[in-house]
Design a protein around this ligand. Structure first.
Ligand code: ADP
Ligand code: ZN
Ligand code: MG
Length: 492
């Protein structure tokens, strides 16, 4: 982490950072917010456009009903109060990627307010971060500054993104550390992914965050002047940008200066922020109610309809998975990280003899092989039924963990499901008790010292004998039977 000036921990400790985040999220509707154009990332430039999203004179906006439903779902999942009648406003500014010369947004009567997200603070205690408001608006197009032969002298415009439905989620200045900002964003993204309103893909810009930060002397009763950091495209970089910015501002104050209210850009390569424009140059957006759209009315009946689409949210789901399947907090956190993963786990867990075994196999064996093969979670060659079979075989001791690993390796190598590989390659198992007993006798005879240890009370030595016999049998002894017989022999 680079720092503006080298400040001692004592100096840093005199100050309290204050952070508030503004997050823009693209909604996963099929069409755009105010026209019938397809809402899809990419595409040949300027092909997903029509008179409305191009801002041609006379073209009128018609609000996308699904966008409203997604916005209401997001608001509800973030514990917001929903306003029955909200108003669209024009936010006026001139920029080449916004052909209308204004953005349709919401201003003084937004769709939703007064929400919160719970995050763990530094001590692991739950802390609520307030959400000031959640409002609907439309995205702008894109300016393409490079990638063309004449990019040195020209900028190209792609208006495909124009009119994409967005929600903006503004937090209260309740966040106190860069780590809390990271937690807030992680929870926010998780909730939005669960509700399915956005894919929250930061690389493609479907989730974007501006971070406001100020510092004040600890115990002060007034916040310091904030700077806004823009252009940060991952949660980790947002944390790094905030760390940098906090130290920069403390450095300014310690040198007797004043923090200027301004927008700053994060430069990833240099690991620092740069001034972009100061408040004096800030826009006056001249907001006024959008004359081409009626007030948005989401009455209680419609709200109730929409709320029915609300899934079980991450926090609740993890708590239930711990209760239902006896998972550890850690395992529940990983399995519940996405709705998809949680669904997959639960589908298998319900069929298998031991949900915990399913969790273990999914989290270690399957995940490890997916990562090694560069596959996504939904690209596994092992189906849910395959996982159930693997878990049941391992649980009953019909196959050893070593054989399980081998079979899974083959399954991944050949891209074939586990049941198919198991049927073909399953080890010839020795389940004949007398054959196993003969081998146990041999091992016991060869290891008198260990026998003595066992009989002296060190029961864990049994595992040594199991291992030795398993080797002798070339991994073919029925593990459950072997375990049972080893103990019986040693105890006799
Ligand atoms: P602006 O009028 O500059 O847009 P807002 O009051 O609308 O400022 O707040 C924008 C964001 O900045 C919000 O997320 C808010 O929590 C945060 N914020 C406001 N004041 C401060 C401050 N002094 N320090 C840090 N963040 C702040
Ligand atoms: Zn259009
Ligand atoms: Mg504001």
């Amino acid at each position: 982490m680079s720092t503006a000036t080298a400040l001692s921990p004592e100096v840093l400790a005199k100050y309290q950072p204050v952070i508030g985040l503004e997050v823009h999220v693209q909604l996963l509707t099929e069409t755009k917010a105010f026209c019938g154009c397809i809402n899809q990332y990419g595409g040949e430039p300027n092909t997903h456009v029509c008179p409305t999203c191009l801002g041609l004179p006379g073209a009128l906006p018609v609000l996308n009903r699904r966008a409203v439903e997604f916005a209401v779902l997001a608001a509800k999942s973030l514990n917001c109060e929903i306003r029955e009648t909200s108003i669209f406003s024009r936010k006026n500014y001139f920029y080449p990627d916004s052909p209308k010369g204004y953005q349709i947004s919401q201003f003084d009567r937004p769709l939703a307010e007064h929400g919160w997200i719970e995050i763990p603070d530094a001590n692991g205690n739950a802390k609520r971060i307030g959400i000031t408001r959640l409002h609907m608006e439309e995205d702008a197009g894109k300016s393409l500054h490079d990638g063309f032969a004449d990019s040195i002298s020209r900028t190209y415009i792609d208006l495909n993104r124009c009119g994409t439905p967005l929600i903006e989620i503004v937090s209260e200045p309740d966040i106190r550390t860069p780590d809390e900002a990271y937690e807030y964003l992680t929870r926010l993204k998780e909730i939005l992914l669960y509700t399915g309103v956005s894919d929250c893909n930061m690389e493609e810009g479907s989730l974007r965050c501006d971070a406001n930060v100020s510092v004040m002397l600890k115990g002060a009763d007034k916040f310091g002047t904030k700077a806004e950091v823009k252009n940060v495209n991952s949660f980790r970089y947002i944390r790094a940008a905030l760390e940098y910015e906090i130290e920069r501002q403390i450095g300014v104050l310690e040198d007797g200066g004043r923090v200027v209210q301004e927008s700053r850009l994060w430069n990833n390569a240099e690991g620092r922020t740069f001034s972009m424009r100061s408040k004096e140059q800030a826009h006056d957006y001249r907001y006024f109610p959008e004359p081409d759209l009626p007030p948005l009315v989401v009455g209680s009946d419609w709200q109730a309809e929409i709320f029915k689409q609300l899934p079980e949210l991450p926090e609740a789901r993890r708590a239930r998975m711990i209760a239902d399947y006896g998972l550890s907090e850690q395992d529940a956190a990983t399995l519940g990280a996405t709705r998809d993963f949680a669904d997959r786990f639960e589908a298998a867990a319900k069929k298998a003899k031991s949900p915990k075994r399913v969790a273990a196999i999914l989290l270690s064996e399957i995940t490890m092989r997916l990562r090694a093969a560069g596959l996504a979670d939904d690209q596994s060659p092992v189906s849910l039924d395959g996982i159930v079979l693997a878990a049941d075989l391992a649980e009953s001791g019909e196959i050893s963990s070593k054989i399980l690993k081998q079979l899974l390796d083959t399954s991944f190598a050949e891209g074939k499901d586990f049941p198919e590989i198991y049927e073909r390659d399953k080890p010839q198992q020795i389940s004949d008790a007398s054959a196993i007993e003969t081998m146990i006798d041999e091992v016991i005879a060869a290891n008198p010292k260990q026998v003595e240890q066992y009989r002296g009370g060190k029961k864990t030595v049994a595992a040594f004998f199991v291992g030795q016999v398993m080797r002798l049998s070339k991994g073919q002894a029925n593990p459950a039977l072997l375990n049972e017989l080893v103990v019986k022999k040693l105890d006799s």
